[in-house]
Design a protein around this ligand. Structure first.
Ligand SMILES: [Cu+2]
Length: 197
């Protein structure tokens, strides 16, 4: 049961659904065997590289798929920054990443609108705490997978990780969320790609 205490059942949020129908999603690479993925985190403002996120899928003692997430960034303002996996592999502009990754039950892929499922989307993660200009987040989730399946990050249009400007208050409202309560504007974005290691 050594997975127990580390299993973070996420909370998250997200609104900022700036559904940009803009730039086309990148074609995700697929590999059933791969269990590691990475995302180069880039500034939404000027595209400069701010850090990296690494995702590693592993089975729990009971055979449940768990994904260990570690993210490191620098160059952001001090304080808490919401972090989520968003639904599309596109970062130019950052709004192109769409809403939160949330395939939903029984293979439904339509994004929820209004955002009833916040802060329980598949892609909702925890706040990143930035101090002295840099910060890291380490967590584990069972809400999405890297391998194939209905919760996979590598669905038809892939996925991205977004770091927001503000804190995720994990707001949970059965209607439209209060603007900004899920982190507000987008500071950084990274397209999640399968990796050899
Ligand atoms: Cu987000």
């Amino acid at each position: 049961m050594n997975d127990g205490p580390r299993l973070t059942l996420l909370v998250g949020s997200g609104l900022v659904l700036a559904f940009a129908a803009c730039s086309p999603a990148e074609e995700p690479s697929r590999s059933a065997a791969a269990t590691v993925a990475r995302a180069e985190i880039r500034s939404c403002e000027d595209g400069s590289v701010l850090g990296e996120a690494i995702f590693r899928e592993r089975p729990s003692d009971e055979g449940i798929k768990l994904v260990d997430v570690s993210l490191e960034v620098s160059g952001l303002s001090d304080g808490a920054h919401a972090v989520h996996v968003h639904e599309t592999a596109a970062c130019e502009p950052c709004s192109a990443a769409g809403g939160h990754h949330d395939p939903g039950p029984f293979g439904e892929t339509a994004p929820d609108a209004p955002d009833f499922n916040h802060p329980f989307h598949g892609g909702d993660l925890l706040n990143l705490d930035v101090r002295g200009g840099s910060g890291s987040l380490v967590t584990t989730t069972n809400r999405f997978t890297l391998s194939d399946g209905r919760m996979s990050l590598f669905d038809a249009d892939g996925s991205s990780v977004i770091v927001h400007s503000g804190e995720d208050t994990y707001c949970d409202q059965e209607d439209e969320l209060t603007p900004g309560c899920a982190g507000g504007a987008r500071d950084a974005c990274g397209i999640i790609r399968l990796s050899e290691r």
